[in-house]
Design a protein around this ligand. Structure first.
Ligand code: NAP
Length: 291
């Protein structure tokens, strides 16, 4: 697996990232296998959020690190903050809302460190654009966490280009990524400026739900089947390779809960799709020719 910088002044991550969102649906033993299989495949970067698994997934992962602390040196940890929803674990929250206040970011980062069993996060992301986001406060919180060595790099998720630009203006160091939804089931970022803006800022995207969350494509997939056969690849390998061909240099975050599918996905890194095949897939997804 290739290790690449997500930003010139940012951390090196594995080109394919393992996402822990669905990992509460399997046992802790399987999570341990998912971690080891990922590392064995060179997938050394793991994506979390404070809220995954009703605020439980970071701790499940952290328990494995606490048992084998040497694992931490072999991985990069990404997590997110800023979403609050009603939960027995968060009795003070009445209504789902976003909180990107300075105090909440600082508290959430500290909490993630405790849960994940680590003394630093490689990247902290603001999970979603908060309509009440005050960029001065966010920049202050980021600077304090960086100064204390608790978080090395920062970024955002699901931000529009203008939201990215505004926050970047207030931060004295670069936002290293915008984690966005993109897949063959969701191609808007190719055309809505999301990817262009990241290229403008020298930041590389992380692609969440790169297989559309496992949902079948809204197009006949005969073409994909034929193309996969042509490349001696599986449908998921073809989908990941299609994303990784884009010059914005996406880092797909795979969400599988099956170790064998991690091994399958890791192989996508060696698959280079021919330009005309890439456009043929795009044509099928769009349901029409390029203009
Ligand atoms: N920033 C955000 O707002 C945001 C939102 C959502 C997700 N994320 C991140 O993105 C990560 C990935 O999201 P996702 O889970 O929706 O990604 P995904 O890889 O598109 O979907 C994974 C789902 O597809 C299924 N699947 C079906 N066939 C598969 C195959 N051949 N290979 C692999 N998986 C297959 C998996 O089932 P099996 O488990 O049975 O393999 C799993 O349920 C999350 O873990 C999280 O870290 C971020």
């Amino acid at each position: 697996m290739v290790i690449e910088k997500i930003h010139q002044q940012g951390p090196a991550l594995s080109r394919i990232i393992a996402g822990a969102w669905r990992w509460h649906t399997v046992s802790a033993d399987v999570v341990e296998r998912l971690i080891h299989t990922s590392l064995d495949q060179g997938i050394s970067s793991f994506d979390h959020a404070d809220i995954y698994g009703d605020h439980g997934n970071e701790e499940i992962f952290g328990n494995i690190i606490r048992r084998t602390p040497s694992l931490r040196q072999r991985m990069q940890l990404i997590t997110k903050c800023g979403i609050k929803f009603p939960s027995t674990k968060r009795p003070a929250t009445r209504v789902k809302h976003y909180d990107t206040s300075r105090d909440h970011i600082l508290w959430s980062a500290e909490n993630s460190l405790r849960m994940l069993g680590t003394d630093h996060l490689d990247i902290l992301l603001i999970h979603r654009p908060d309509p009440l986001l005050n960029p001065t406060e966010v920049a202050e919180a980021f600077a304090a966490l960086k100064e204390q060595g608790k978080v090395l790099y920062f970024g955002v998720s699901n931000f529009t280009p203008s939201q990215f630009r505004v926050l970047q203006k207030y931060c004295s160091f670069p936002l290293v990524t915008n984690q966005i939804e993109i897949s063959l089931s969701r191609i808007d970022p190719l055309f809505n400026g999301d990817l262009d803006t990241l290229m403008e800022f020298g930041a590389r995207p992380m692609a969440w739900s790169p297989l559309g969350g496992g949902k079948p494509l809204p197009v006949e997939d005969r073409l994909l089947f034929n193309q996969a056969a042509k490349y001696n690849a599986t449908y998921s390998q073809l989908s990941l390779a299609w994303l990784m061909k884009h010059p914005s240099f996406m880092f797909p975050i795979i969400g599988t809960t099956k170790p064998e599918r991690i091994i399958e996905s890791a192989k996508a890194i060696t698959l280079d799709i021919d330009k005309q095949d890439w456009f043929e897939i795009l044509k099928w997804v769009m349901g029409k020719e390029m203009p």
